[in-house]
Design a binder for this molecule. Structure first.
Ligand code: AMP
Length: 198
């Protein structure tokens, strides 16, 4: 199963991806997590990406496409994967298509978590408070001002990815304003219909 989760920051992609990992036994490929790991390890990519990420902007297509190309080639991704936070631009979506067609594989589904953007800042403030309460590090970009920039980047550069996949017939819209369990159930329903058609 090869899936993409798309939606603005705070839509619940990471939360749902974690559940899908447990259910389908395929890895979550989060470019955000990979970039944060590169920043923490101070690799050359991390050093380049840090400033852009801290400001809520987008890291270059070249860097993230390279990261995904390497990651998709790894052993554990051969049976499938869940892309979380990638593609984030039309150029990334096109690069992914190219990459997959070179490998002779296809995406099964693209799920858009559609949310009310007005309510997202509240979610992000909660996420930061929950992380603090658990003694975990709070993401630097989970700050209301930086979050606004991330949302702007989504609306400017990423939202176009949705009609791109709608055109190819892969897209299903899921109401991301429901409870976490309800969103999971809605995703399960979509994916079980896919299973039936395979
Ligand atoms: P996320 O964890 O998905 O919210 O990503 C955190 C940050 O990493 C984003 O705000 C971007 O700065 C960067 N990032 C993650 N994925 C991508 C991507 N596919 N393209 C460009 N930048 C990305």
């Amino acid at each position: 199963m090869r899936l993409i989760l798309v939606g603005p920051p705070g839509a619940g992609k990471g939360t749902q991806a974690t559940r899908l990992v447990a259910k389908y036994g395929i890895p979550q490929l989060s470019t955000g997590d990979m970039l944060r790991a590169a920043v923490a390890a101070q690799t050359p990519i991390g050093l380049k990406a840090k400033e852009v990420m801290d400001a809520g902007g987008l890291v270059s297509d070249e860097i993230v496409v390279g990261i995904i190309r390497d990651r998709i080639g790894e052993e554990d991704a051969q049976k499938g994967f869940i892309l979380d936070g990638f593609p984030r631009t039309l150029a990334q979506a096109e690069a992914l298509d190219q990459m997959l067609s070179e490998k002779g594989i296809k995406l099964d589904s693209v799920l858009e978590l559609r949310v009310d953007q007005e309510k997202l800042v509240g979610r992000i403030i909660n996420r930061a408070e929950e992380a603090k309460a658990k003694g975990e590090a709070v993401r630097k970009d989970d700050d209301p001002e930086v979050f606004k920039q991330r949302l702007e980047a989504y609306n400017r550069d990423t939202a176009v990815v949705v009609p791109y996949y709608a055109k190819s017939g892969l897209l299903t819209v899921v109401d991301g304003m429901q409870s976490i369990d309800e969103v999971t159930a809605a995703i399960d329903a979509v994916l079980s219909r896919l299973d039936e058609n395979v």
